[in-house]
Write a protein that binds this ligand. Structure first.
Ligand SMILES: Cc1cc2nc3c(=O)[nH]c(=O)nc-3n(C[C@H](O)[C@H](O)[C@H](O)COP(=O)(O)OP(=O)(O)OC[C@H]3O[C@@H](n4cnc5c(N)ncnc54)[C@H](O)[C@@H]3O)c2cc1C
Length: 444
């Protein structure tokens, strides 16, 4: 009798892990997929709607992405949006405009150049000037000095996504398949490689896996390092807080990226949990934690080589020095303080909504996640975008922003990698994936 050796274990049930489960079950012939999550339900960490900016990024209006980078994430955004639309669930997504606002002639010129370069690849883009902006997003124009020149690069494909609802849909899809099992309230503590198997120890059981996929945020790197992978990497955890302001914006309004800054500038948008509340953020504050507001996770952070090794500390100092991040970080730390925080933050928000007042801004306490930014200890540089390590029959995803936007793209990539690990008897049904979640033909 031939025993099948194809048990895939996924660790972490945020959008990344649940998307991987769904894609493995729907587009491959693996015979067992097990999802292990330490919390009681899906998407309670960075994928929770209170903790991230709820944007489906596709690269077009994100001025921190050049065209090459933008086009690399576009297919992932397409897959996500097609999936969301197919569910027709208003709790899952709301469609608005998404725009990048330019203030002053230098920024206006920059967006005009970007528009010419990006328009052939993103037909949903147009440039809007003061008159149109007054119509589509009045608060951006109200009270603004008439002599101040403004414009916006506008995408009509502005999706606000509740990534926790998305994870619930992925889980429900997976649960329809008898090859799947999800185990909650079980925290993975240790992983070892024995013969051809991985032995995964949780706080309540031990399980073997032929292939393991870590979708556990910064913990993915910690487990990779337990297995000897990714030892040249560390994590700089960058917390992001949000302010509530009441009803101001109808759409997602981003700003032109601050030149040379590795983190996106703050933006404003309606909250999918209450579309009449405009959120502004996220701020950018390094914190020595793996998960926000979970202070016990600091000891796990110290097991990673950023603060606990000389080359980690050297890399951190070099990053802060070379990117001139010190004042920026101090300012962002102050944003979270009472009284002075909203006063300083107001200055960041006014270029978007000139009439906003101090009393409109309320810091959302207990909300906001942590972006696990990857530090390359060899180059002593920050590596932006999502990060994946591949080992022997193992994949480790650490997913800083825009990790949620690319969850289906990552699942597509990882499922193909997994059938590759398993050998010639296994397939990934690419035609079916493209039919269901790929770019629509031009005529459609
Ligand atoms: C402030 C902020 C704003 C952002 N805005 C956006 C945005 O607008 N658009 C976008 O695309 N992305 C955004 N992101 C990034 C996005 O939120 C993440 O990339 C995404 O949610 C990551 O999903 P994930 O499933 O990989 O991780 P998570 O959602 O964090 O899930 C990881 C899961 O692993 C579990 N886990 C961890 N360790 C273990 C263990 N040992 N055993 C078992 N389970 C474990 C955790 O409990 C958790 O459920 C933002 C992030 C932040 C912090």
């Amino acid at each position: 009798m031939i025993t099948k050796r194809d048990r895939v274990v996924i660790i972490g049930a945020g959008v990344t892990g649940t998307a991987a489960a769904k894609v493995l079950l729907e587009y491959t012939n693996v015979s067992q997929v097990i999802l292990i999550e330490k919390r009681s339900g899906v998407a309670q960490v960075n994928s929770h709607p209170l903790n991230n900016a709820q944007t489906s990024h596709d690269g077009s209006t994100e001025t921190n992405y050049d065209l090459g980078h933008a086009l690399r994430i576009k297919p992932s955004a397409t897959a996500l949006r097609r999936y969301a639309v197919s569910k027709g669930d208003p709790k899952l997504f709301q469609k608005t405009l998404r725009m990048c606002l330019a203030v002053g002639p230098k920024e206006v010129l920059l967006l005009e150049k970007r528009y010419r370069e990006f328009k052939p690849h993103y037909p949903d883009l147009h440039l809007a000037y003061r008159e149109e902006l007054a119509r589509i997003e009045p608060k951006v124009v109200e009270g603004r000095d008439r002599s101040e020149i403004i414009s916006a690069l506008v995408s009509t494909e502005g999706f606000i996504i509740n990534y926790q609802e998305l994870a619930k849909h992925f889980l429900a899809d997976a649960e329809r398949d008898p090859r799947f099992k999800a185990v909650f309230n079980s925290s993975v503590k240790k992983i070892v490689r024995r013969d051809d198997l991985y032995l995964i120890q949780t706080d309540s059981f031990t399980i073997s896996a032929d292939v393991v996929l870590f979708a556990s945020g910064p913990y993915s790197l910690l487990f990779a390092q337990q297995l000897g992978y990714g030892t040249d990497y560390a994590i700089l955890p960058v917390a992001g807080s949000f302010y509530s302001s009441g009803e101001f914006l109808r759409n997602k309004v981003y700003r032109v990226q601050i030149e040379g800054m590795p983190f996106a500038a703050i933006h404003g948008d309606p909250d999918i949990l209450d579309m009449r509340d405009t959120r502004f953020g996220p701020t950018t504050k390094p914190l020595p934690l793996m998960e926000r507001h979970q202070y016990g996770t600091s000891k796990d952070f110290l097991r990673l080589p950023l603060l606990s090794t000389l080359r980690g500390l050297g890399s951190l100092l070099k990053i802060i020095w070379s990117k001139q991040l010190l004042t920026y970080v101090i300012k962002n730390i102050l944003f979270d303080l009472p009284v002075i925080g909203p006063a300083l933050f107001l200055r960041e928000v006014r270029p978007i909504v000139p009439t906003i007042r101090y009393r409109d801004l309320k810091l959302r306490r207990g909300a906001g996640g942590i972006r696990p930014q990857i530090v390359n200890l060899k180059t002593q540089e920050l590596e932006m975008g999502d990060a994946t390590l591949v080992g022997e029959n193992a994949i480790f995803n650490t997913t800083p922003s825009p990790g949620a936007s690319v969850c289906l793209g990552n699942a597509h990539r990882d499922a193909k990698k997994i059938v590759g690990f398993l050998g010639p008897d296994y397939y990934f049904d690419e035609d079916k994936f493209q039919r269901e979640l790929g770019e629509l033909p031009k005529s459609a």
